[in-house]
Design a protein around this ligand. Structure first.
Ligand SMILES: [Cu+2]
Length: 283
């Protein structure tokens, strides 16, 4: 390759991995110096702004144990029995320049006692950790559109408006963003990753501001680049769902095995499929 062609390629590659490796170049960072819900709900003083990439802060502020979200600490959720949502990662990643395709799923079910949600994470094929990790993952506000654009999921699920400037302190998870799963339970530093944990603050009730319904999961590289994403699909709405002119069907328990096909075939890309599925459920 001619040197004049090679140099811009190398420069772009260095930006993507913060100089650590090759990959697709991300969008240019944007300096954020004003309040923005889900990112900067309050401005620390003194403050000269932070760089953001794809809507996320690239370098968080210092840990601040005195900080609480604008809307207060997250409340414990009382969830409908049997409600289960699952997000299956698509077979093609949004950023496919790492030499590895991340696959797997995350399941969120009402906990057995109804307090909070049981989260089961199984991810495979994470890229080279030394180059792209550690990886973080979050529940994001909006679903992935049909074109698979992970950027369109916007920021983290954050009904308490804590923002992401101050890092999540795992010992006080009620002050973390509800959707900041990596912050509360640790980032990923392995090519395969499994986690089973109960989160008190995540809702499985449709319409609840802290609900996983209608949300998405996003996995990021260490510089916040979005590697892959998928929508949460309803496996079971749970016992609290009401259906007009119909009897609510018996729901499987939260610990029942989710179907191996069907839901997975929908993959994580089609919000239209989610809408259609929900609509079909009510009709
Ligand atoms: Cu995220």
């Amino acid at each position: 390759m001619h040197l004049a062609i090679l140099l811009p390629v190398l420069a772009a590659a260095a930006v993507h991995g913060q100089g650590k490796g090759l990959g697709c170049p991300p969008p240019a960072p944007i300096l954020l110096s004003t309040t923005k819900s889900g990112v900067l709900p309050v401005l620390p003083t003194p403050f000269s702004g932070v760089e953001t990439l794809e809507g996320a802060i690239m370098e968080k502020g210092p840990p601040n144990p005195d900080y609480t979200p604008v809307n207060g600490p997250a409340p414990t959720q009382s969830n409908p029995a049997g409600a289960t949502y699952r997000a299956d990662l698509p077979s093609t990643n949004f950023d496919d320049c790492t030499g590895s395709t991340v696959t797997g799923s995350i399941t969120v079910s009402s906990s057995s006692d109804g307090n909070g949600a049981a989260i089961s994470v199984n991810f495979e094929g994470l890229p080279d950790v030394a180059t792209y990790g550690p990886f973080v993952y979050h529940i994001h506000d909006l679903p992935v559109p049909a074109d698979g654009d992970c950027t369109a999921t916007l920021g983290h699920l954050d009904p308490q408006n804590g923002g992401e400037y101050y890092p999540c302190i795992p010992s006080t998870p009620e002050n973390c963003q509800v959707g900041d799963l990596a912050g509360k339970y640790g980032s990923i530093s392995t090519s395969s990753f499994s986690l089973d944990v109960t989160d008190p603050f995540l809702s499985t009730a449709a319409g609840n501001p802290a609900s996983v319904a209608g949300r998405s999961i996003v996995i990021h590289s260490s510089n916040t680049t979005r590697l892959t994403c998928a929508n949460f699909q309803m496996v079971s709405g749970g016992s609290n769902m009401t259906m007009p002119n119909a009897t609510v069907p018996a729901s499987p328990s939260a610990s029942s095995v989710v179907p191996a096909t069907g839901v997975g075939a929908v993959a994580g890309y089609s919000f239209a499929a989610v809408v259609a599925g929900v609509a079909a459920f009510f009709l």
